[in-house]
Design a protein around this ligand. Structure first.
Ligand SMILES: Cc1ncc(COP(=O)(O)O)c(C=O)c1O
Length: 389
């Protein structure tokens, strides 16, 4: 028996994440990267002094630290989601929330519905459980109601996974009507919603941000949030809230997975929230990122407006652009690398082959400074025009 024959079938089929592989190019000093989903460290607050935060040396509870869980109850109430503290589970980033939920729900016989395209590391997690991912058509308002109804009836999925706010990668933000219609449909079908909401605070234009979860009357739900995009991703601290019925099962999986999330990271975040500095910090982030978004929008329009289909995202970190017919996103990535520019091809965001899977690029404006944003789009322009010549 070879070594890999010992692996479970889903692990045998596992592919590595293109983004994480590309990250090593991003670390080269002269490389300009629009590829990662990394926030700008120039706008990360300093850590609180260790001596100021709660003593974190001992093992802690699997559910997470009490003070932080109470603060999350408050944050979610401000978003219109009324829950009690036992419903909150602190996770090692919202990525672990995805993993825990997947372990609870999915196996090789399961179907999960997602937007098309969707977050590439969610695809990885769902596939690791062996589940079949069925993509449901989405437009700029969110997932199509007719397509969702048909997919639920056809596939009897275990869950529907949605990123309603400033979606990664497509950048769309669901309209209020679409949120309500989805909640209603999920209630009617008693279908489980996994709502993933890490980008909501990076909002640059007026939009509705009501969690779909808060509109659900009786269907089961999981809602996930993260401090990665607005504070310190290195602390790997996120959270998951769930309907009461799911809670004990999710906690058991957390226990089995890693006992509990790092206590020092939780204490740091709790201390920052308690200081009252979050609202002003978010305001600064919105101003900084809005300016960068506008610079990228302007540069794309000026240099590539005649060739690319460009939609300006109302929040988040990404432009999702459609390439001209005949160009492949992988080809563009390779040609851009020659010019020391890193862009992310759209392919890993598609769970199934589609006419668009190699026709889009995800361009992140969050971590690049103003001059470099201009330079990056000029380089992209040269790359695309030379490939078309
Ligand atoms: C949609 C989405 N969900 C979850 C995550 C994971 O975030 P975290 O750092 O909290 O694990 C990301 C990170 O890019 C994301 O884009």
């Amino acid at each position: 028996m070879s070594l890999t024959d010992r692996f479970n079938p889903a692990a045998q089929r596992m592919e590595s994440s293109l983004v994480r592989e590309l990250l090593h190019y991003a670390q080269q000093p002269d490389m300009l990267s629009l590829a990662g989903g990394l926030p700008d460290e120039r706008h990360m607050p300093a850590f609180p002094e260790v001596s100021q935060v709660a003593d974190s040396r001992q093992y802690g509870p699997s559910e997470g630290e009490g003070p932080l869980r109470a603060q999350i109850v408050e944050l979610l109430a401000q978003r219109g989601l009324k829950i009690s503290q036992p419903q909150v589970l602190i996770t090692n980033g919202s990525q672990q929330g995805l993993d825990i939920v997947s372990r609870l729900l999915l196996d090789a016989q399961s179907v999960i519905l997602t937007e098309e395209p969707t977050y590439l590391a969610a695809i990885q997690v769902f596939k690791l459980q062996g589940a079949q991912i069925v993509s449901v058509a989405s437009d700029e308002q969110g997932m199509s109601i007719e397509a969702l109804r048909a997919a639920i009836d056809t596939h009897q999925p275990k869950a529907v996974y949605l990123i309603p706010n400033f979606q990664n990668p497509a950048g769309h933000c669901y309209s209020r009507e679409r949120r309500e219609a989805i909640a209603q449909l999920l209630d009617e079908k008693n279908q489980l919603l996994i709502e993933d909401d890490p980008y909501r605070d990076l909002c640059y234009d007026p939009v509705d941000l009501t969690p779909i979860t808060s509109l659900i009357q009786q269907a089961p739900w999981v809602y996930m949030g993260s401090f990665s995009k607005v504070l310190w991703p290195g602390l790997r601290t996120g959270y998951l809230a769930s309907c009461e019925e799911l809670r004990p099962y999710l906690v058991k999986i957390k226990q089995a997975t890693d006992l509990h999330t790092n206590r020092l990271g939780q204490a740091m975040i709790s201390q920052f929230l308690a200081s009252g500095a979050l609202p002003a910090h978010l305001q600064t982030l919105r101003e900084v990122y809005r300016e960068k978004r506008d610079i990228m929008a302007q540069a794309l329009e000026t240099h590539l407006g005649d060739l690319l289909q460009i939609t300006v995202p109302k929040g988040g970190m990404f432009f999702w652009v459609q390439l001209p017919e005949g160009l492949s996103s992988r080809q563009v990535m390779e040609a851009a690398l020659q010019r020391k520019l890193l862009v992310l091809p759209g392919t890993p965001f598609f769970a199934q082959p589609s006419e668009w899977d190699d026709r889009c690029l995800r361009l992140s404006f969050a971590r690049v400074d103003r001059q470099d944003l201009q330079r990056a789009i000029q380089l992209l322009n040269q790359v695309i025009r030379s490939l078309l010549a």
